[in-house]
Design a protein around this ligand. Structure first.
Ligand SMILES: Nc1ncnc2c1ncn2[C@@H]1O[C@H](COP(=O)(O)OP(=O)(O)OP(=O)(O)O)[C@@H](O)[C@H]1O
Ligand SMILES: [Mg+2]
Length: 484
């Protein structure tokens, strides 16, 4: 209902939610260039907010209001675009329910008897802030054209590689830690390939008992084994003309590896209990979080299958190396789940962003999304702060400067090179791309010995101090060139 005393030439609208509107106040608002509209019930307030895109609200909290009344009000005050000012009676803020409500939903409050100028000031402030929010400095992060959130250099490179993989038929192997987005990458390759629109069939080789995996992949005829009551089409066959995603391939049992290899070589499958090969046209993408090279070395994974699967290889960057993407992904997760929380959530506080940037995220993007989702539900304020995230305290010790990091990396590199070459300075220097003299100088500065500790005492200059191979200096890695 429009209040009769609203000024016509005004742009600023305030929605006044009250059981009994205050006529004097309304006059003052109109005289102060506020277009006041009144809602008696929360239901009509909600409708007006939606319909008229209301930016500023004024709510009169009933005396002795109950939690039901407050939650009814909260339901129309949740929209982050609308800033609310509450009117309360003296002493009402001592009620814990009311104070919590004001903290969660209101931009400001005034206590009776208020100065009308003070109220108009608060409304003006609420309006100004709302206008700022309307023009967000950064757009809400959304899934990019590869169906992923991320702008860091490593992700840009991944996107370029996904495009290249999409353009060929060669098998792709996606490596990366758990939760980095291997499955998303596999889907993105499929979507960017001529097979998009055809089936994308994923099978998690670790989730299916080894005894059933073969039947699941290749299918079976009726009566092929006890319990095979009818014919079943396997996953490979159902991916015909599309893409088969073999997830957690590193956990595939040996006997299944042999049959899979045959399929990859011949392009045909045979259903268990079947009586002939069936030609299947699928593009294979595989992934695992286990170290497949090591599995091959240790004989757990067939080398010939490995070479068939890893024609093209993509590596997902771990989240801890994705810099600003952590903030992007956290905001993306917040935009997905902020409706789950009971309160009006404004965003992530800067200490939350710092805590997230300092955390190592062993579970990568999956862990970050779950962490934000949990914080949305558990947080109490209008911003999610570091303590809401419940991340373990990172003991970073005293702050480390870039120079200290460089110097430690340099010392480690020298130590390793010395160990690898049995403490032969010329060879270690050659590997490091520096002259023997420079190596000697760095060892001296880093207090490194020219012998393993406990070995024969000798000085760093035992092999001579000539700079005959100074030309190698030019090949010094960046790390070294800073101080070499
Ligand atoms: N860049 C990203 N943008 C948005 N969501 C992402 C991104 N990367 C991963 N996710 C989300 O994180 C979760 C884990 O991703 P996904 O299942 O692809 O990881 P994975 O590497 O296959 O993990 P696992 O090794 O545990 O199987 C999913 O919910 C996925 O949607
Ligand atoms: Mg996966």
């Amino acid at each position: 209902m429009k209040m009769t005393f609203a000024s016509a030439d005004t742009e600023r609208t305030v929605l006044y939610v009250s059981n009994s509107p205050d006529k004097k106040l309304a006059d003052f608002l109109a005289a102060s260039a506020w277009h006041a509209v009144h809602a008696k019930s929360t239901a009509s307030a909600e409708r007006m907010i939606e319909r008229d895109n209301i930016k500023v609200g004024l709510v009169e909290l009933p005396q002795d209001c109950t939690s039901q009344q407050l939650s009814a009000l909260a339901s129309c005050m949740r929209r982050p675009e609308t800033n609310w000012v509450a009117q309360i009676a003296p002493g009402q803020a001592d009620d814990e329910l009311v104070s919590r409500f004001i903290l969660d939903y209101c931009f400001d409050f005034v206590t009776r008897p208020w100065l009308n100028e003070r109220l108009v000031f608060a409304l003006g402030h609420a309006h100004g802030l709302s206008a700022l929010r309307q023009a967000p400095a950064t757009p809400e992060p959304s899934l990019g054209r590869h169906g992923m959130v991320g702008q860091c250099e490593a992700m840009q490179q991944l996107y370029r590689r996904i495009d290249k993989c999409g353009a060929t038929e060669a098998p792709v192997f996606v490596a990366g830690e758990s939760g980095t987005g291997k499955e998303l990458t596999a889907r993105a390759i499929h979507e960017r390939s001529p097979r998009a629109g055809r089936p994308f069939v994923a099978i998690n080789c670790a989730a299916i008992p080894p005894s059933l995996l073969q039947a699941e992949l290749f299918g079976h005829e009726r009566g092929a084994f006890t319990g095979a009551l009818q014919r079943k089409i396997g996953r490979i066959e159902s991916a015909h003309e599309g893409t088969l995603f073999l997830d957690e391939i590193g956990d595939m049992p040996h006997e299944c590896q042999a049959v899979l290899l045959r399929f990859l070589q011949e392009g045909t499958i045979e259903r268990l209990g079947g009586n002939g090969p069936i030609h299947v046209n699928v593009r294979v993408i595989s992934a695992t979080h286990v170290d497949l090279d090591k599995a091959v070395e240790e004989g757990r994974f067939r080398a010939d299958l490995y070479h068939r699967l890893c024609v093209l290889r993509l590596v997902e960057p771990p989240l801890r190396e994705r810099g600003g993407d952590i903030k992007l992904l956290a905001n993306y997760a917040l935009s997905m789940y902020k409706q789950d929380g009971a309160r009006k959530l404004r965003g992530l506080s800067s200490d939350a962003i710092v805590a997230m940037s300092n955390y190592a995220w062993p579970g990568n993007v999956r862990e970050l999304i779950n962490c934000v989702r949990r914080a949305v539900v558990m947080s109490e304020g209008r911003f999610i702060n570091a303590s809401d995230l419940g991340l373990p305290e990172t003991d970073n010790g005293p702050a480390v400067t870039l120079a200290e990091i460089r110097s430690k990396a340099e010392k480690d590199a020298i130590e390793h090179a010395l160990q690898r070459h049995g403490y032969k300075l010329s060879e270690a220097a050659a590997e490091l791309g520096i002259s023997r003299a420079t190596l000697y100088r760095l060892m001296h500065a880093d207090r490194l010995h020219a012998e393993p500790s406990g070995g024969r005492a000798s000085s760093a200059g035992a092999e001579g101090d000539s700079d005959a191979d100074g030309d190698r200096e030019r090949r010094a890695p960046t790390l070294m060139s800073a101080s070499a």
